[in-house]
Design a protein around this ligand. Structure first.
Ligand SMILES: *Cc1c(COP(=O)(O)O)cnc(C)c1O
Length: 439
């Protein structure tokens, strides 16, 4: 599901998600409110899973990159749907553990895992640690031998495809904080080093070239580069790499300007490339992993806000302020991300207005959208921002001591809270006033 086909409008001209009238959800749970459509999440996962088995046989696994939206209920859904999980911190790992996620299907990424996080990973019997660099490799080797554990690892590789011809490759270039590079021999040296470490076995190669990518081609180019490296390791070091993880990054539709391909086409295209190159080079087909995050949850989620102040500054700009902002969705403030805005209580209102949607934080940059076309919003209207299921709740914060919204999971007219709204008491829960704090 690359589009918001799960959204409907009822006879009252209210926006409906998962069979629930959004005005009812807002009345019951308050605003701002994250709403996630359970069926849409499951359909997205199944689309990837089915494509993997259709195009690559039973030799692949889809991992959900949990950083996009990491909660215990989401981990449970991923578990129920039979896929694996990516985590990039002790906190995400803890969430998966608390949700009872099978640890053998958890992959631990990150460019600067702390010793504490590595120990937690080793203790929990995690499936793979995706080691980022030589320093981390040495650290892990030391910890694993101290704890008498053996661990299968992957290495994070920067495939370094010529950035000139492939500008879309954002995190796969040599100038990136993630991983070891191919072109300067770092990745090769890393692999060689693992041979001296009895507690560590290098079983996989990993890369992740960026996010919100719409083209198929970069993934094919990357697959070629990675398979070439796999063959080199076999030939020169005798290392048999069994797993190839080609990352995530598939694009979704935020606005009408985005034109994503169906998710199964990515898997189809990559599978065909891997199959072809393996046949050509006479190398054994690796177990394949793909790890989408955004594309599984983003289209499934919306955020509901109540419109407050509307400031129409003549000949300048019209600001529509909502009761949320960068504290629940910092993506515009971070990278001017684009969204689609609807009036959930008046879906039939003509979209004739040009407005700037502002949050309530004390930052001029606290916007959700600049110069967006939508219906004429009035104080008290219910605004829906679409495709907020990824990197919204997971990036939320308490700036200005705003409490994070609740997350409600909807399906067939049912609605259940999966993350409670924070209270003012939650905001001061960890605050302490020292006894000896005197003037
Ligand atoms: C963020 C990330 C993903 C998921 O990226 P999306 O754009 O959300 O699909 C996958 N793998 C790694 C290593 C990542 O850092």
């Amino acid at each position: 599901m690359t589009e918001n086909t799960h959204l409907q409008t009822n006879s009252d001209n209210h926006l409906v998600i998962g069979g629930c009238d959004t005005t009812m959800l807002a009345a019951e749970y308050g605003t701002p409110l994250y709403v996630m459509d359970e069926q849409a999440i499951r359909e997205n996962i199944r689309m990837y899973r089915n494509a993997m088995s259709r195009y690559y046989g039973n030799e692949g696994l889809v991992l959900y990159a949990s950083k996009a939206f990491c909660t215990m209920a989401m981990c449970r859904i991923a578990h129920q749907e039979g896929i694996g999980l990516d985590v990039v911190s002790g906190g995400e790992l803890h969430t998966a553990l608390q949700a009872g996620f099978p640890m053998d299907r958890v992959y631990f990424h990150g460019n600067n895992k702390t010793p504490g996080e590595l120990i937690l990973a080793l203790e929990s019997g995690i499936g793979r640690i995706v080691v980022d660099n030589l320093q981390e490799l040495a650290q892990l080797d030391k910890l694993a031998s101290e704890m008498s554990k053996t661990i299968n690892i992957s290495v994070r590789v920067k495939p370094g495809v010529d950035a000139h011809t492939h500008d879309f490759i954002q995190t796969g270039r040599i100038d990136s904080k993630f991983g070891v590079a191919l072109e300067n021999g770092e990745a090769f040296a890393f692999a060689a080093k693992t041979l001296e470490m009895p507690n560590i076995t290098l079983t996989g190669l990993h890369c992740h070239i960026g996010s919100q990518i719409f083209d198929l081609e970069p993934f094919d180019v990357t697959a070629g580069v990675m398979l070439g490296f796999m063959a080199e390791l076999k030939e020169k070091l005798g290392i048999s790499i069994r797993e190839l993880n080609l990352g995530g990054g598939f694009g979704i539709k935020y606005t009408e300007d985005d034109d994503p391909v169906e998710y199964d086409r990515y898997i189809e295209s990559i599978s065909k490339t891997v199959n072809r190159i393996c046949t050509e080079k006479g190398i054994e087909r690796p177990f394949m992993l793909m790890e989408p995050g955004r594309s599984i949850v983003a289209p499934a989620g919306i955020t509901l806000y109540r419109v407050g102040t509307v400031k129409d500054i003549r000949d300048v700009r019209k600001y529509v302020a909502i009761d949320g902002g960068m504290f629940d969705n910092p993506r515009y403030a971070l990278y001017e991300s684009k969204y689609t805005f609807l009036l959930a209580n008046r879906m039939n209102a003509p979209k004739t207005d040009l407005v700037t949607v502002a949050g309530k934080c004390c930052e001029s940059g606290d916007l959700l959208g600049k110069d967006v076309t939508m219906a004429d919003a009035k104080p008290g209207d219910l605004m829906a921002v679409l495709a907020t299921g990824a990197y919204n709740y997971s990036m939320s914060m308490n700036y200005n001591r705003n409490a994070r919204p609740a997350v409600v999971l909807v399906r067939d007219g049912k609605h259940r809270v999966i993350v409670q709204r924070e209270t003012y008491q939650d905001l001061v829960r960890n605050d302490l006033i020292p006894d000896d704090l005197v003037p």
